[in-house]
Structure formats: C-alpha cells, structure tokens
Ligand binder design. Structure first.
Ligand code: MG
Ligand code: MG
Length: 273
C-alpha cells in the first residue's frame, strides 16, 4: 500500500457508477431500518439489490489473515465502531446502526458508510451523529489540489475534538479504485501540511469513526467487529471523493438516504401525536 494511482476522467466516471450504486444500496437498507429487523435481514436486502444491479458486493469474501468476511455489509450497532458482522441481532428503539457498503462494478470499487438512528435516540447521540457527519464534510472541503492529506486529517480532528469525542486511530480512510484499499491512508487526526500531496485524479474514501466516549477500541472475539472499549456509542460516515482541477467531486451521495431519514422522523412524530 504505497504507490498512489491517480485516475483518469474515464476511470473516475466508472468509480462514480460504483459509488452511486453503493449509495442506492445504503438507501435501500435505510428504508428497512426499524425496530424488529435483524442485521442479517439488512445484509440480504443489500446483497440482492447489488446483484440485481449487475455488480458484486465488495466486502463478501474479503480475506484477513485466515478469516474470510462472508457478508455484503458491515453492520455495527451502538458501541460497535466498524466491521460488525450481520447476524441475529434485532434492532431496537434508540439503537444506532452504522451501515458500511462497498461494490465492485466494471473493475472499480465504490465505498460509503452511514450511521442511522433506530426510532428515538438521545440528544447526546444525535449530536454525535451530526458532528461526525459534519467532520466528514470538513475533511472533504480540505481535499483540494495543493493541500496534503494531513490537512484533511487535521480538519476532521479539529471539528470533533471540541466536543470531547474520541477519534478512532486504528482505522483510517484510504485510496480506492481498482482495489478497495489503496494508498494513501487518510487518518482522522493529524498535522496540517503533512502527508502525501493532494493531486488532480486522486480518489479517496474519507471516513471518520468517532466515539462518544474514549477513543480506545478492541477487536471482538469474532475477529472482525471493532468496538469502543468503554461501550459508549460510535458513529461512522464515509464518502468516496475524486479530486478534480478546481473542485472536490463527491462520488457517493447521502441525498436519498437523508430523504428516507426525514420521512422516518416525520412518521415517528405522527405516531407520537
Ligand atoms: Mg472505506
Ligand atoms: Mg466503507
């Protein structure tokens, strides 16, 4: 993971296609997020949707050491930060659930993640979700030609630290293209002006993973799930972006996901009336 592959305009369009499918898949999952659904059911919905759209789930079959990840989504609930394994867990009111999804289409990967609220969540956790998403966009704003990866990292860190949240350091954003994980690494903390130069054609996934409590994480016995040691909730938002000459091009989109979220919130309010 050292050489940075800059992409041509044609390659970026192919990556965009994969990214749009990832975004639609997460929206499809979002429609089904409610009390009573199991995380494996969400995984099946995503797998079917991706296959029906002529693509391959990128995480399914992902190997690490001797272990193979056999699912389409990483579904991480509450204190789980990332890499949660879909299973029999049934979502309940006031959970938060991070859905991370990748697809491979036409030889190129797309990658995105979004943390959803299940029913009503506390104000404290609402703020965690809001700030984590904000920090992603602060990072993106700084991903421009002439700056360095450290400027992106610093912007995320600066946005989050004033709330006293813990920034997970063991996991980072990454370059993406013909591989799911390419150089450079994109940490969610760092020094301004440090790290690789940001150049036209760079395609990266930026993905702050932010803990309500302390930053310390551990890998669960299943060998995949990363959880906050203090068991406080953790949020994760991720966009894949391309750096163009004069602008940042966000290849994934939260637009449809956010519309679904609004509908769910307004139907909750109606129920309450
Ligand atoms: Mg990623
Ligand atoms: Mg991801």
């Amino acid at each position: 993971m050292s050489k940075i592959y800059l992409k041509t305009d044609e390659e970026i369009e192919l990556i965009r296609e994969s990214c749009l499918l990832v975004s639609k898949t997460i929206a499809e999952v979002g429609k089904n997020i409610k009390e009573g659904i199991s995380t494996i059911e969400l995984d099946k919905i995503a797998e079917e949707f991706i296959k029906n759209n002529g693509a391959v789930p990128a995480f399914k079959g992902y190997k690490r050491e001797r272990s193979i990840f056999d699912y389409t989504l990483c579904v991480s609930v509450n204190e789980q930060v990332v890499h949660g394994i879909p299973g029999s867990y049934v979502l309940k009111n006031s959970d938060i659930v991070s859905v991370d999804c990748g697809v491979l289409k036409n030889g190129f990967y797309g990658d995105s993640a979004y943390t959803f609220a299940v029913g009503e969540i506390s104000e404290e956790v609402k703020q965690l979700l809001k700030v984590t998403k904000e920090s992603l966009y602060k990072g993106i704003e700084n991903a421009v030609v002439g700056k360095r990866i450290g400027d992106v990292s610093y912007a995320i860190e600066e946005c989050v630290l004033k709330y006293g949240y813990g920034i997970v350091r063991e996991l980072v954003g990454h370059g993406i293209g013909r591989s799911l994980h390419e150089a450079p690494e994109v940490p969610n903390y760092g020094k301004r002006g440090s790290g690789p130069r940001i150049e036209e054609g760079l395609v990266i996934a930026i993905e702050p993973m932010i803990n309500l409590g302390k930053r310390d994480v551990k890998v669960e016995k299943d060998g995949w799930t990363v959880s906050a040691v203090d068991k406080k909730p953790s949020a994760h938002f991720e966009h894949t972006i391309a750096i163009r000459k004069n602008k940042v091009d966000i290849l994934t989109t939260f637009e449809e996901i956010e519309q679904i979220e609004k509908q769910q919130i307004s139907s909750l309010k109606k129920e309450a009336v």
